[in-house]
Design a protein around this ligand. Structure first.
Ligand SMILES: [Fe+2]
Ligand SMILES: [Fe+2]
Length: 299
């Protein structure tokens, strides 16, 4: 193996496997808990550079399949918004370690957008004009909107990505190129759910009900936003790749029943989370809802 390939493999392994020192339990909400989830994000960073990614040449059929996927507008705009929202929240945080981790999270979102821009350029994908990404007025809420939306979207992206790989819809080289981006989202949601638990525990009791209400309004907003995306219009009224939610799975994956698709998402979610310290909390809401939905879907 060449030296570059070895470095690449080592960085890839490091981003997926991480343990906090010691074996003693870590109390959720403690300073040690904060150290643990911040260090997880910082120490699993993969330093790849979007500018040096070699986009594999695609055969005409493959190129058409990739360029006609109805996801590129949504993907570019989601990453654009996420990087501004995370950066806005980071700028309000005084704790040095948490700030450093949040700065990294925001920089990774900006890097996702850079990766997508390079891909769009390399394959000549036509994008809708990008809207402005205003700096949010309420930074905590914006951070929570991004965090919870990643919890929903990443869960389904894990399954769709795997399905597209198995079906050969995405050529293998492209899967390899994109794989670190998908794993980064797994790290982000792991970081986020631990932050939520830590933050909530550290609020005085009288502020906790308001935080619960805020969390519920964020979820309500995200459900409403996803209904809009399915119709081709987003929360700011910008037109997107229409009907992705309705057509995405059948477009890119194998022919999977809804049940098999959800099962694949659950398996992939577990696999992507499995390499990180067991004392870190895992995202549970979306997997639980998915398991609940399975009860109503035929075998
Ligand atoms: Fe991202
Ligand atoms: Fe993310």
């Amino acid at each position: 193996m060449s030296e570059t390939l070895q470095q690449h493999a080592a960085a890839d392994h490091a981003m997926r496997h991480w343990n906090y020192p010691g074996r003693t339990p870590v109390r959720i909400g403690s300073d040690e808990h904060k150290q643990m989830f911040c260090r997880m994000l910082l120490e699993t960073h993969n330093p790849y550079k979007p500018a040096v990614i070699d986009w594999p040449p695609l055969a005409p059929g493959e190129l058409h399949r990739i360029t006609s996927l109805p996801i590129w507008d949504i993907a570019v705009q989601t990453e654009g918004r996420a990087s501004i929202r995370v950066a806005a929240f980071a700028s309000t945080v005084r704790d040095a370690l948490l700030r450093q981790a949040l700065d990294m999270d925001g920089a990774e979102e900006a890097r996702h957008k850079a990766v997508l821009s390079k891909l769009v350029e390399a394959y000549g994908i036509k994008l809708a004009p990008e809207p402005e990404y205003p700096v949010p007025k309420n930074a905590v809420r914006a951070w929570m909107v991004t965090g919870y939306s990643e919890c929903i979207d990443s869960f389904f992206a894990f399954g769709l990505f795997r399905s597209a790989q198995k079906s050969g819809y995405f050529p293998q080289e492209l899967v390899e190129t994109f794989e670190p981006v998908i794993q980064e989202e797994a790290r982000h949601i792991l970081f986020f759910v631990n932050w939520v638990a830590w933050y909530r525990r550290n609020l005085p009791w009288w502020r906790r009900p308001a935080f619960l209400v805020r969390s519920l309004t964020v979820w309500a907003f995200l459900i409403w936003e996803r209904i809009g995306i399915a119709r081709g219009i987003d929360a700011d009224g910008v037109m997107h790749d229409a009907k992705f939610a309705a057509t995405g799975a059948s477009n890119i994956g194998e022919e999977l029943s809804p049940r098999a698709m959800i099962e694949l998402c659950l398996t992939e979610n577990d696999r992507r989370m499995s390499g990180y310290d067991e004392r870190l909390l895992r995202p549970t809401t979306v997997p639980r809802l998915a398991k609940f939905a399975l009860r109503f879907l035929k075998k």
